[in-house]
Design a protein around this ligand. Sequence first.
Ligand code: NAP
Length: 248
Amino acid sequence: MQKVILITGGSRGIGAATAMLAAEKGYAVVVNYLRSEEAAHEIVNNINKQGRKAIAIRADVSVENAVIDLFKRIDAELGSVDVLVNNAGILETQMRVDEMDAARINRIMTANVLSCFLCSKEAIRRMSTKYGGRGGSIINVSSVAARTGSPNEYVDYAASKGAVDSFTLGLAKEVAAEGIRVNGVRPGFIYTDIHASGGEPGRVDRLRDSIPMKRGGYPSEIAEAIVWLASEGASYTSGTFIDAAGGR
Ligand code: NAP
């Protein structure tokens, strides 16, 4: 039976690369998006052109009812989700903690942390053997920032990824005996649009020399780690992390 993978924030960057690779590996792919409708449909069209199955579904994954509706639509259109990739994430303009207001910090935590809880809850209710499911895999896209703290740039973002890592550790243990594996991928500096939203589109190139491999990473290199963790090849791997960060 064809496995179903949901990639939150699959319209651009790392999520889009993961959608393309997952389709190549034989998954039916759900490309979730929030604003980038055209980009999401382009990914879906590319996958469909290769004779593979994909659909795009708009949903704000930080809103509970939207997440519930997202999973119901997937149930109806493709069947129950086998793999969830909690990839959707945001950062905001670079600033120090003493300049941040509560609204900004809440936006970051809601988009990056609450979304993982909400989507995982719906996934577990379908995957867990406790609920009659056939098991599954959850991959949380964290960041090397969880380890470095991103001083003078976005400590709020780094802290949200620290929370994603704790969430990964705890959830992995909670559902390990129910057929669900939960792991994290921590990318380093990857060439995507996210840096422009932090106010510095050229950030990866500025920081290139601080990376042991002396180069930024590409979304496809993160997709490889995510899709491996989803696969049967990772059948005994849970509660752990792959740092895909050029040696950082
Ligand atoms: P990106 O190019 O800015 O793409 C972000 C994606 O998330 C978009 O598809 C966006 O959808 C989606 N999204 C954001 N908020 C959403 C929401 N509330 N509901 C649904 N979708 C939402 O970012 P990226 O660099 O690929 O980042 C992907 C993940 O990797 C993030 O979790 C990020 O923190 C992490 N990461 C990235 C880097 C890096 O250097 N790029 C490093 C470490 C970790 P729309 O465009 O449709 O709104």
